[in-house]
Structures are given as C-alpha cells and as structure tokens.
Design a protein around this ligand. Structure first.
Ligand SMILES: [Zn+2]
Length: 381
C-alpha cells in the first residue's frame, strides 16, 4: 500500500473522539500481522478504545518512536465539499477528516513498514498509535505506561503532528477546569444573610486576572512563546435567575496554559487554596454553600531539551535549524515526562486541522515520506 492508499484507508474509519477506534486499530493490527509484525494493544478502561504499538526491527534499547493519534475531531456542523470519510484529491490536496491531523503521519509510518523490514533496521522503530488525543491526551497516558512496563527504552520520540516538517521543540501545557458554586438564595435586599454564587464567581474569576498579571510581570520574554508567560482564561459562565435574587448556582469553565517549566498541578493547587479561603467565608454565612472543582483535562507542556537526541536527529533529517514552538498541545509532553527525548515533526499545516474541508497537500505527504525513508536509512547503519 502506498502512503496515499493507506491514508485513504485510515480516513475511511470514522474515529471521532466520542466513538470507538477499534475498527481502525484492528485494521492496523491485521495489516501489521500480514507483514509478520506483532502488535500490542493497550485498551481504554472501558474497553471501547485502544492504543496500538508495535516494534519493527531488533528488540533492543534505543531506536525511535513514531507517535500518532488515531482520533479526529467531529464534523458535525461543518460544511464539507466532499464526504469527510472518503479521501478525495483535488488540485494537489488530499481532503478528508484527519488527513492532516494526523492520519497522514500514521499512514506514512504504516505504509513504510515493508521498507523498514527490508532495510533491515539495526535499531528499532516503534509505531505508537493512541486514542483520545483530541480530548485531553487520555490514550497516550495508558500507552506510555504500557510501553514503560514492557521495558522499552527508545532514544527519541517523534510526534508527527502537523508542523510542515519543521522541528518543533516546545509547546505550552494545558489545564482545563470547571468550577461549580452553590450559594444561598435570598431576596437581594437581604444580601447580608445570603451568598450570591455569581458574586463568588466574580471573585474567583478575578483571581485569574491577577495571577495572569503576576505571570506577565515576572516572566522574561524570549522563550519563543506568544505571549511568553502562562495565561489564564475563563471561557463560559452560567448562573443566576433574576437581578433581585442572590444566585444559588453559578458555574464557569476555565483554563491555564503553562509555559514549559511551570506545572499545571501547581496552578491547580494555588487555585484550590484560593477556593478554600473563599469557601470558608461563604460557609460562615450559610453552611450549605460550597464550591466544587473538576479538573476536566491536564496535559503537560513540552520544553526544549539540552542536547536533545530527538531534536538532533530531526534537524539532521530535515535540515531545519530554525527555532519553533507552537500554540497547540500534543502528546509530546507526556513522552518527555517518561524520560524520552521528544520533538514534534510531521507533515501538513496545523491551520487545516479541525477545519471543514481539512486537507494535507500531496507535497507534504511526500516530504513526510522522504523524512521516514531518511530515518530508516539512519537506523540501518
Ligand atoms: Zn492532532
């Protein structure tokens, strides 16, 4: 199968994150088995989804992980010119949901397995395909734990998210949260004996502003990020029923985007401390009031490494010596957290990801093919 044929096959599976990816995973497992390559599946807790990883070449330390996710974002509400689940070529572009983000890279890794086997490789290539990247990098955590348990010790990880084959060494981490406040409803004329959930939310939202202002003041520029500091944001607020009633309920959805070196857990801890202080004041007025915090996702940042093996390898293969950090999150921080040198480098432009009429340029897929061929040559001597 050519990379284009493989991409058409992978796109034909509807693997929106809310659906099972098992049909696609079983296809990959059977395809690899037909080439004599054994796969390991690392299932999700409910068994509806699975990661797949497979080793090509000798079973020894070192070698490379080619990492891709199998899930895609939904097409609902988007206006597509052609069927999103049928790869369609028009004017040098291959259209389909996931063509760019990131079944293109998955297809390259799979389609070139016969060449990896024929090389033959001196050091292994591990293909690692995850589930649920788009909804908080859930699958990669399970897969990395399984790979570590098996004792795999790759010398570098290449996360093939679309970067136009540039070598990306950093991105911010992400912490998403939801705060639900229960107040004590009274007529607003007697707010002295009530607790307005909306007004409590206001105080907590303000904490986001002051924390971000502190970050801005103390973080030096020049780390490549725009803006260079960790940002906080509240995106949705819901609460209250009338202007003259102290609101009983208010909820809001919020996030922190952390620069490398800052931990999202630390922000969660600081926020919890603020909640405890505010909650104590609420309970002093009415004991049934309270605040509940839900962490909806937490994905670590990926930071530039000192003398990183993955960076050196990808710079050698692509000739890219520029400095690139990106605004989107990836599974890279999780691989790095496992102690494995990691960069993001893959075909396609992130501008096309998640869009209606998502596409990957044929020329990008070909650039990715040359890159993987170069990698095979590199690992064969
Ligand atoms: Zn992606």
């Amino acid at each position: 199968m050519t990379p284009k044929e493989m991409l058409a096959k992978l796109v034909s599976f509807n693997t929106e994150s809310q659906r099972s990816n098992l049909d696609l995973i079983h296809f990959c497992r059977d395809y690899l088995a037909s080439l004599g390559v054994e796969s390991r599946l690392a299932p999700s807790p409910d068994g509806q989804k699975a990661n797949l990883y497979a080793t090509i070449g000798p079973r020894r330390d070192g070698g490379i992980v080619l990492s891709g996710h199998t899930d895609v974002v939904p097409v609902a509400g988007q206006d597509w010119t052609s069927d999103p689940w049928t790869l369609t070529e028009r004017d040098g572009k291959l259209y389909g949901r996931g063509a760019c983000d990131m079944k293109g890279f998955d297809a390259l890794a799979l389609a070139l397995v016969p060449e990896m086997l024929a090389a033959p490789l001196e050091r292994p290539i591990h293909i690692a395909l995850s589930y649920d990247e788009e909804v908080g990098c859930l699958g990669a955590r399970v897969m990395i734990a399984s790979m570590q348990q098996e004792g795999l010790k790759p010398s570098a990880v290449i996360v093939g998210e679309p970067s136009m084959m540039k070598v990306v060494t950093g991105h911010k981490g992400g912490l998403r949260m939801r705060t639900a406040i229960r107040g004590h409803a009274v007529h607003s004329s007697r707010i002295d004996v009530g607790v307005s959930a909306v007004m409590v939310a206001g105080e907590l939202i303000h904490w986001h502003n002051t924390t971000m202002a502190e970050n801005k003041a103390r973080t030096p520029a020049g780390n490549g990020f725009e803006p260079p500091y960790s940002t906080l944001h509240v995106g949705v607020v819901q609460g209250g029923t009338a202007v003259n009633i102290a609101a009983e309920h208010c909820t809001f959805a919020h996030e922190v985007r952390c620069i490398p070196g800052e931990l999202q857990e630390a922000y969660a801890e600081r926020y919890r401390a603020k909640l405890a202080e505010v909650e104590a004041g609420m309970k002093a007025v009415a004991p049934e009031t309270g605040i509940a915090l839900e962490i909806t996702s937490s994905t670590p940042a990926m930071g530039p490494e000192t003398d990183g093996a993955a960076e050196a390898l990808c710079r050698r293969l692509t000739g890219d010596n520029g400095r690139h950090v990106v605004a989107y999150g990836t599974e890279g921080g999780l691989f790095q957290g496992a102690g494995w040198s990691t960069v993001v480098c893959g075909p396609g432009d992130i501008a096309q990801a998640h869009q209606p009429d998502e596409f990957i340029a044929v020329e990008q897929l070909e650039a990715g093919e040359r890159f993987v061929r170069g990698l095979i040559a590199d690992l064969s001597r």
